[in-house]
Design a protein around this ligand. Structure first.
Ligand SMILES: Cc1ncc(COP(=O)(O)O)c(C=O)c1O
Length: 310
């Protein structure tokens, strides 16, 4: 990964190479952490963070779900992120806040270990590749099922839970595919290893709902709103595996990947990029880059010191 100058750690800005933790940090042993993946874009109005508050609110919710008392609130995290982006001099970047149980106590009921919080920003291109947004990806349904709500918390973006995504991604990447699609514990389509999934059936956009063990993706929410505003019908419902093969179009959404069409699933070819995918993708890209006035409130502009002074 590409280094930046500073990382925000527990209220202070430290040099990138000095942002270190103790090897006995609780989160390192048990995965007791919650995090976010956020992006800032270089828009015509300057650097702006996409749906910043929604991401930071989800971070607070993930922490609450795992009984991690957050020492910093949404506004403190937001201000720290703005300052970090300015210090690192990045016009566009990926933003990774993480809160985890630190060093102090071991064992599974370690209320004595402090909650440490960090924010890093660095330049990071499209997660599945820039060309994937035009040409689509090859996906495979993984043999690993998505974590179910009777053992973990699909709605939380929690560090330890990502071992599930890593198993699925590793399996399909080793088999030569770009991305894994996970089924839920009932065998219904859930989502990608780091993206939500949409398909087009009979001209309607369909996506698994909140009872399908999905992460409540912020890109998903944005894309649902954009699609409805464009006049498409969006239905949240259970999706059977074979519907993926029979779909007119399939695409995945996430902060890291953005909106990416799928051109093949389990070796079944799909029209790609589909007509509806292209229209929704174009509007979504406009929203990210500040070219869609109707979604401008989704952008949190980062005030730059020179502009503040003038
Ligand atoms: C498992 C999983 N599902 C879905 C998503 C998409 O969520 P978002 O659009 O909020 O980035 C992500 C990315 O954070 C993810 O890790």
């Amino acid at each position: 990964m590409e280094k930046a100058e500073s990382i925000w750690m527990n209220g202070e800005f430290v040099a990138w190479d000095d942002a270190k933790v103790h090897v006995l940090s609780h989160g390192l042993h048990y995965g007791t952490g919650v995090f976010e993946g956020i992006r800032a874009y270089d828009t015509e109005q300057g650097t702006a963070v996409f749906r910043h508050r929604e991401h930071l609110e989800r971070l607070q919710q993930s922490a609450e779900l795992y009984y991690l008392p957050m020492p910093y609130g949404v506004e403190e995290m937001r201000a720290a992120t703005h300052e970090l982006i300015n210090r690192n001099g990045l016009a566009a970047c990926y933003i990774r806040p993480l809160a985890f149980r630190g060093y102090g106590e071991m064992g599974l009921f370690a209320k004595g270990s402090p909650i440490e919080v960090m924010i890093a920003t660095w330049p990071w291109g499209a997660y599945l590749g820039e060309e994937s947004k035009r040409e689509g990806i090859r996906a495979k349904v993984s043999s690993w099922r998505r974590i179910s709500p009777d053992g973990l918390i699909p709605h939380a973006k929690a560090s330890g839970q990502y071992l599930n995504s890593i198993l699925a991604k590793t399996e399909v990447a080793n088999a030569g595919y770009d991305e894994a699609i996970l089924l839920d514990d009932r065998g219904m389509v859930c989502e990608g290893s780091g993206e939500n999934i949409f398909l087009v059936r009979d001209g309607e956009i369909v996506t698994p709902g909140h009872t399908s063990s999905i992460l409540d993706g912020i890109t998903r929410r944005s894309v649902i709103q954009i699609a409805r505003d464009l006049g498409y019908t969006v239905v949240e419902r259970d999706v059977g595996r074979s519907e993926l093969y029979l779909a007119e179009e399939v695409f995945v959404t996430g902060t890291a990947a953005e909106l990416v069409p799928v051109r093949e699933i389990d070796d079944h070819p799909l029209p790609c990029p589909g007509e509806i995918t292209k229209v929704v993708q174009a509007k979504f890209e406009d929203a990210l880059h500040g070219r869609a006035p109707e979604y401008v409130e989704w952008l949190d502009p980062v005030e730059q010191p020179s502009r503040v002074a003038s």
